[in-house]
Ligand binder design. Structure first.
Ligand code: 6PG
Length: 235
């Protein structure tokens, strides 16, 4: 587990963009699972503005989680990505593999899991992403696996249906077996509201194991946390 700490969200976006460009250099096809949330929004804006010349035709975009809403809904992670990145770069439409939040959740969890299994290479019989980008909520959730449903992390499925603990909103999420099978995982975690959980997770105290974000440990051991000072208590 590697920690990279930067002054602010914008610097996290800049440095992560460099990391992303380097990590996709030598690959003909790159399979990336994206996260929702406010931090990726800043990253996507930076990529759209400064990485027009990246060869996006080699990049396939998936999502690590999606709210069960239509693609035009304000809470759709796909819509956020389309508005801040996809609509501003030249990437083939066939490279965009969105979770269909408008479908029946259980059906979509099954079909998206099947889609991932069909498109991605596999390792140990499990689909392997080149890179999975994750955020972390202030409650220690990651993707859309929340502490109250941590059993979903241990599911044998590729995708599961989760419920937001406060709103009850249903979501489709990758499970722990796929996340920990990725070639590389990058956490984008910013903001003072994450500081407490970040400290607990890095202390690796027993209590932290109740947080899904603490269970992210790719077998490749290629895990980088991109943090701003506010989230990492490095003020
Ligand atoms: C989502 C995200 C979620 C997000 C965290 C952190 O669909 O909401 O996937 O897991 O990564 O809530 O969000 P911020 O980047 O806004 O802190």
């Amino acid at each position: 587990m590697e920690k990279r700490i930067y002054d602010n969200k914008q610097q996290v976006a800049e440095k992560f963009s460099e990391y992303l460009e380097n990590s996709i250099q030598s690959k003909e096809h790159v399979y990336i699972a994206l996260s929702g949330g406010s931090t990726p929004k800043i990253v996507f804006d930076h990529l759209a503005q400064h990485y027009q010349n990246l060869d996006w035709s080699r990049v396939h975009l998936f999502w690590g989680d999606e709210r069960c809403v239509p693609p035009e809904h304000e809470e759709s992670n796909y819509k956020m990505t389309y508005d801040h990145l996809i609509s501003r770069i030249s990437i083939p439409a066939g490279n965009i593999h969105r979770i269909k939040g408008e479908n029946t959740p259980s059906d979509e969890a099954t079909s998206y899991g099947r889609l991932i299994s069909e498109i991605l290479p596999s390792k140990e019989g499990i689909p392997q992403f080149d890179l999975i980008i994750l955020g972390m909520g202030g409650d220690g959730h990651t993707a859309s696996i929340f502490p109250h449903q941590i059993s979903l992390w241990h599911s044998n499925e590729v995708c599961e249906v989760a419920d937001h603990p406060d709103t009850g909103q249903q979501r489709i999420t990758l499970t722990g077996k796929v996340i920990n099978n990725a070639e590389a995982v990058a956490f984008l975690v910013t903001g003072a509201d994450k500081q407490e959980k970040v400290s607990e997770i890095f202390r690796e105290d027993e209590n932290s194991k109740q947080y899904p974000a603490a269970l992210v440990a790719p077998t490749s051991e290629n895990l980088v946390w991109f943090l701003d000072a506010a989230a990492s208590n490095a003020e």
